[in-house]
Design a protein around this ligand. Structure first.
Ligand code: HEC
Length: 178
């Protein structure tokens, strides 16, 4: 190798080194300038926002007798059957029979006697209630009530269900416990 070649290779490696250094610096500057914009865009993206609020949404809702349950009523209004014209959209289906309604909306408390609910099949617990007359039972089931044993939530929390379905479900429960 001649002296001129040596010289060339030395210069050439220095130039290469400088070019690599420059590209690293450019990369760092681009990251420095761009990252805040990227973050801001992700934060403002409606899809990201939606996913976040879905993750933060409460898992279930409970209606409590005698308290403001209007948020549940709004959800109910979005349901298919109860909403009338306005908020027709996806919502929980309304049971077709009293038996189905009992299974879906009432059994959780009344089958096992949870939270002071008169247990289905416990005729002794039902007798004095049935003795009040069906009108009182209807009223307590539809509007909810605070008894000595616990709170019966209005419509068992199924705000979207028509009053008539609740009356039929009460009839069904009474018939089972007479
Ligand atoms: C979250 C639990 C819960 C759910 C769900 C529930 N109940 Fe009850 N229910 C109760 C409790 C507790 C009582 C008793 C309250 C008391 O007497 O202290 C009760 C009492 C009743 C009574 C007796 C009322 C009276 O005057 O003695 C009827 C009728 C009744 N529920 C019907 C229903 C129907 C119909 C459904 C479904 C649509 C339902 N319940 C869903 C908790 C529940």
């Amino acid at each position: 190798m001649s002296k001129a070649d040596d010289h060339f290779f030395n210069i050439f490696s220095v130039v290469l080194g400088i070019l690599v250094a420059i590209s690293l610096v450019l990369f760092a500057i681009a990251r420095f300038i761009g990252t805040p914009f990227e973050d801001a865009r992700a934060d403002n993206d409606p899809k990201v926002q939606q996913q976040i609020s879905e993750r933060l949404a409460p898992f279930g809702r409970v209606a409590v007798a005698g308290q403001d349950n209007s948020a549940l009523a709004m959800m109910a209004a979005a349901g298919p059957t109860a909403g009338g014209g306005a908020g027709a959209g996806a919502g929980p289906a309304i049971p077709a029979s009293a038996e189905e309604a009992y299974q879906v909306g009432c059994a959780a408390c009344h089958s096992a006697g949870i939270a002071g609910a008169p247990k289905s099949g416990d005729k002794a617990a039902w007798a004095p209630r049935i003795a009040q007359g069906t009108d009182t039972l209807y009223k307590h089931a539809i509007e909810g009530f605070q008894g000595q044993n616990g709170v019966m939530p209005a419509k068992g929390g199924q705000a979207a269900w028509p009053d008539d379905l609740i009356r039929q479900t009460v009839d069904y429960m009474v018939a089972k416990n007479q």
